[in-house]
Design a binder for this molecule. Structure first.
Ligand code: TNX
Length: 486
């Protein structure tokens, strides 16, 4: 079982799935029961439990909607939960449990468990997003953070601004080799693609059925080159940059004018219609201020609003968007740069430049998702020996290091620690040209992270995890890094 449940009480005897001829359930559990029935190929009926049935029951005994109790007896299986997610996770555990009888009581340690996926630096086919959702769900991960816009592409259809995808979804070519290498060559191949709103809506619904919530990320005010290639009027120079063919931090950023806010709000309005997620990610990272320093318009907006400097101007932009999202009943989340120039009311912080941002935010009473480069950047190498691995951005994050990760920093008091919602993997795809490569970087590290986020520290052990990992990977049928023990 992976992630390993928090409490397993073994019982005598064996249960055999073949004997389980019916799924029984109470009315409230029918939707989940039917999904499990379909998966196992057995019929479902709303009725009390009977001998040799797998019985699902939804009632209000647990506080946590993702918690469950799973009783595996030789003459029947009994599943109890307070939320559909709990029933779903019990089903996953049941399929992993083999034939041992046991009473399993389980609940996740953290509420935010997931993975980020950058579909900009390399466009990922829609089918892979479906597969990735499945893979997340199998690990009881509940969040897919989709990085949809950046300097190298704009990947979501926006009806009011068609050029975002007509122009912004395509780049002329792509950097070959490492960005920092001497040899600056390009492949000469146009690259791009985007998802229609219908495609995304369908994906969102599919993910929700698997209890995975998709958090969309629309980058602002920086990482905006592709958007400005399509609509230069929302930039500071009013000149269209080229959709970036290489990697790094770019100077083209949104202007802080009212026309730009109107554009961003129009875009977000469409985004909100597609993604029901309570959290909307607005990026906010790596925003060079040179264009604002040089723009008379930006400077006059800075003065009009009595702002000290460009950091405060960034905070002003983020604050305006925060107010907009709040008015629509959503919560804003952004990378830790949103702390610079003052953190806006109610924003959630994703702490990527180490843990400091997260610590500051949690101490100030903000919720945080811990995503430090040291432990959960899966674009890093997986061993100390990069020569034996395909080209990656750098760094070294071994499986063992991921497994050792503790998302609640020791600096926080117990109360402050409650602001840590959880963590997620980061899959930036500059150096991952296709789905197979993404899988190879994600697995098995994502298996380790799933256990960190689900299972309490006292119930887990790295050596035991490694023993469970091999058969788990075999069943998973996923492309994965094989040399993870070195
Ligand atoms: C920094 S992490 C970025 C990304 C890059 C990544 C590469 C973050 C918020 N911004 O734009 O892809 O480094 O590791």
């Amino acid at each position: 079982m992976l992630p390993i449940p928090n409490s397993i009480q073994p019982l005598e005897g064996e249960f055999r799935l073949e004997k389980m001829t019916f799924i029984t359930c109470n009315q409230d559990a029918l939707f989940e029961a039917e999904k499990l029935g379909k998966q196992l190929g057995i019929p479902v009926q709303v009725s009390p439990a009977v001998t040799n049935s797998i019985h699902l029951e939804l009632h209000s005994a647990f506080e946590n909607q993702e918690a469950y109790r799973l009783e595996i007896h030789s003459d029947g299986v009994r599943i109890f939960a307070s939320g559909a997610a709990g029933l779903f996770y019990a089903g996953i555990t049941l399929l992993q449990a083999g034939s041992s009888c046991a009473i399993i009581e389980d609940a996740p340690r953290f509420a935010w468990r997931g993975s980020h996926l950058d579909v900009v630096r390399h466009f990922m086919p829609l089918e892979f997003l479906y597969r990735f959702v499945d893979l997340l769900a199998l690990h009881k991960l509940n969040t897919l953070h989709l990085h949809l816009t950046d300097d190298q592409g704009w990947r979501l259809e926006i009806k009011q601004y068609p050029r975002l995808t007509e122009i912004g979804a395509w780049r002329q070519q792509t950097r070959v080799g490492h960005e920092l290498s001497e040899n600056k060559t390009f492949d000469g191949q146009p690259h791009g693609g985007f998802y229609t709103q219908t495609q995304m809506r369908e994906l969102v619904a599919y993910a929700l059925e698997r209890h995975v919530r998709i958090v969309p990320e629309i980058e602002m005010p920086g990482h905006a080159t592709a958007a400005l290639a399509a609509y230069p009027e929302f930039g500071n120079t009013k000149k269209a940059p080229e959709v970036a063919p290489n990697w790094g931090v770019f100077e083209s950023i949104f202007s802080p004018e009212e026309t730009t806010f109107a554009f961003l709000e129009d875009v977000l309005t469409e985004v909100l219609e597609i993604f029901p997620s309570p959290y909307i990610h607005i990026g906010g990272d790596e925003c060079p201020k040179k264009e604002w320093q040089e723009s008379a318009v930006a400077q006059s907006i800075l003065k009009q609003n009595h702002l000290e400097d460009e950091e405060e101007l960034q905070s002003y932009v983020v604050g305006r968007i925060n107010t907009f999202l709040k008015s629509k009943g959503r919560k804003m989340i952004g990378w830790d740069e949103i702390l610079e120039g003052g953190l806006v009311d109610g924003a959630t912080v994703m702490s990527w430049r180490g843990e400091e941002g997260g610590i500051i935010a949690a101490k100030a009473g903000h919720d945080v998702v811990m995503t430090p480069g040291t432990h959960v950047y899966f674009d890093h190498y997986q061993t100390e020996n990069p020569d034996l691995e395909p080209l990656a951005i750098g760094g070294c994050t071994t499986l063992e290091k991921v497994y050792s990760y503790e998302p609640i920093p020791a600096e926080l008091t117990e109360l402050e620690g409650q602001h840590v919602l959880g963590s997620q993997a980061q899959l930036w795809t500059e150096y991952m040209p296709n789905p197979a490569h993404v899988e190879r970087m994600a697995f098995p590290r994502l298996c380790a992270l799933s256990e960190v986020l689900w299972t309490k520290p006292e119930s887990r052990d790295y050596m035991d995890f490694l023993k469970r990992l091999e058969p788990h990977l075999e069943k998973l049928n996923v492309n994965h890094f094989k040399n993870f023990k070195s």
